[in-house]
Design a protein around this ligand. Sequence first.
Ligand code: DAH
Length: 346
Amino acid sequence: MTREEIEKMLSGLAELRCKTEKEVEEARVKLLGKKGEITRMFEEFRTVAPELKKEFGRSLNELKQAAVAKIEELRASAQGASSEGKSKNSDLTMPGEPMPLGSRHPVSIVRQEIVDIFRKFGYDVAEGPEIEDDYHVFEALNFPANHPARDMQDTFFVSAGHLNPLLLRTHTSSIQVRTMETQKPPIRVICPGRVFRNEAISARAHCIFHQVEGLYIDENVTFADLKQAILLFAREMFGADAKIRMRPSFFPFTEPSSEVDVSCNICHGKGCNICKGTGWLEIMGCGMVDPNVLEASGIDSKQYSGFAFGMGVERIAMLKWQVNDLRHYFENDLRFLSEFSTATEV
Ligand code: DAH
């Protein structure tokens, strides 16, 4: 091995050209492969006189680095050329590759179905903020500060300790208040939205879920109107033979209050594991708007009366599709979601 030989190799490297990746690989083997020229020079290096080792060692290392860099550069440009060639040669008349079609989330499908049913009855859609204040979620809905009814809804506070703390709304009933503040009766609204509760996640509970709230205020609205609205809704949602029953209940914002069950659409009242043998499924809370709630938002409770109801969208979706674990709705597992790709909206 001589200095000249190393110089010659270096200038040869500068002139090296390859068109294809195959040629690049051949050049690499020729220079750096097991029997390559540079590899051979490293072997010869062992026999170089000790006083020349330092100088030859440095030049040889430089040569090897230059060769590795050159091969990399050639490979990159050969790859670029081949993909360019491909796109130049592509046949634009070929049919396109199919794009997988997404589907609407089952919760969105059911929410839309609920909204559409009430729209047919003449309700407008109203929305409100997810980060709410204590006043709209509790105070104006007749939950006084420190009232034990607040315990029914474990709340995520955003700012605590303040007179009117900010929090994540625990129910869409807050939209009732916002609507009554800005509209005069007659009011007929349906309020879909996401709600948040500090609950342990299980098959039956989640810390985020969806509700649809309804509110109807006018002169002479009675409990009979409430019953009829819910019966019509149940028939549209669960089928023409659906029946409802109402059980007395308590909510601070309604008086009287009730919980509504619909006849089980799976066993048709015979009793199955979804309705736990009772033939009935609970679908919502409702009642006549408490006069305190009307007055808090500036509506004269002597002139007007109204009803309200609220239901969980996931609950209705579970009943509709017989899904027995709420968590499926939040995990975004495509195997679950694609089951609904053919589900249609009403
Ligand atoms: N806000 C209640 C809840 O989240 C549901 C509800 C019950 C809403 C009765 C109403 C109602 O409007 O009248 O549990």
